[in-house]
Design a protein around this ligand. Structure first.
Ligand SMILES: [Zn+2]
Length: 345
């Protein structure tokens, strides 16, 4: 089969070449990949470092030579003899966390925190991923999507939509609360806006992009220097109930100051620095909660598929498998607006 492969770290080392078709175990399913999402995790997998310069940590990638691709969708091609839930041609997406299903975290629906050795991994990082014609995935990681669901959306559910969905659940966002989204025009940002609206909250986006109105944003703050003033006005002084900031220390102070009483600040990523200062007085006197989270659970993915047809995504560019390197390079391009997808099947 054809696959995007690298043998040593570095985007420049990605080649599209012939690679042996994956073998499937008794509990595995062979997926014919249709569309793969391109995410920072794929970039970090190939570059060998998780995070951007200044705060990057080495990332363990296996096997080598390696096929990246942590967010994938496609159709069932073949399956092992103990697989009962799927038939050939089923349209599926893959939950990308590896997990054992038996530890206390898995039993509490926190498979992304699985304590087992295997649970420390991701499809596409610690197994070969979806930047290939075929990928083998354990049956327990697979979910069927609705028949008429666009592949662009299917390939955006396992990471791009699940991450903010889980974050908003962890933050206990409720109807009639205000949600402030930093990095709102980013992949997870545009989904956070839509999910916040579905919950019934008042969603404020921080972005220079007015197209976010089409994604449901009730109000857009274009000048980061005016966040506090504008939120103060919009909420009649109450400020934000929930703030979503996956930007890192760049925006930390602004995102903390704009929290109102019983406010929740939630983060699942860092683009600009790991360390921040914390005003403990505000933290306790306003009953503020700071919540970290990563990914989401299988149960949340299952729930999310239920309204996946109502979600939309802005696509910047679709690349062919042969252009996997260009797709990865585009991820941090200044002019990027919307997601990057790899169209394979
Ligand atoms: Zn587990």
């Amino acid at each position: 089969m054809k696959a995007a492969v690298f043998s040593k770290p570095g985007i420049e080392n990605v080649r599209v070449q012939e690679y042996p078709e994956p073998e499937i175990g008794d509990h595995d399913v062979l997926i014919k990949v249709k569309m793969a999402g391109v995410n920072p995790i794929d970039y970090f997998t190939v570059s060998g470092m998780r995070g951007l310069k200044g705060h990057a940590l080495p990332i363990k990638v296996e096997p080598l030579p390696h096929i990246p691709g942590s967010e994938l969708s496609g159709t069932v091609d073949r399956f092992g003899k103990h697989v009962e839930r799927f038939t050939k041609g089923d349209r599926v997406i893959a939950y990308n966390r590896l997990f054992d299903g038996t530890c206390d975290m898995c039993l509490k629906s926190y498979e992304m925190l699985c304590r087992s050795k295997v649970g420390d991994g991701l499809i596409g990082v610690n197994t070969n991923g979806g930047f290939a014609e075929y990928v083998s995935v354990p049956e327990k990681n697979l979910f069927i999507v609705p028949n008429n669901l666009e592949w662009d959306i299917a390939a955006s559910i396992p990471i791009t939509a699940l991450t903010p969905f889980h974050a908003l659940k962890e933050a206990s966002l409720r109807a009639n609360e205000s949600l402030l989204v930093f990095g709102a025009s980013g992949n997870t940002g545009m989904l956070a806006i839509q999910l916040g609206k579905k919950i019934g909250s008042y969603v404020v986006a921080i972005s220079s992009k007015t197209w976010l109105k089409d994604f449901g944003a009730d109000y857009i703050i274009t000048d980061p220097e005016k966040i506090l003033d504008e939120m103060d006005k919009i909420t009649q002084g109450n400020l934000s109930d929930v703030v979503l900031n996956a930007m890192g220390n760049d925006m930390w102070e602004k995102s903390f100051k704009v929290l109102g009483r019983n406010g929740r600040l939630i983060t699942f990523g860092v683009l600009a620095g790991n360390e921040v200062k914390l005003d403990i007085h505000s933290l306790y006197s306003k009953h503020i909660r700071i919540i970290g989270c990563t990914g989401g659970s299988r149960s949340e993915l299952h729930e999310l598929i239920g309204f996946s047809k109502e979600l939309k995504i802005k696509v910047w560019k679709k690349f062919k498998l042969e252009e996997a390197k260009e797709a990865l390079q585009g991820l941090f391009a200044q002019q990027r607006e919307g997601r990057i997808l790899l169209e394979i099947g």
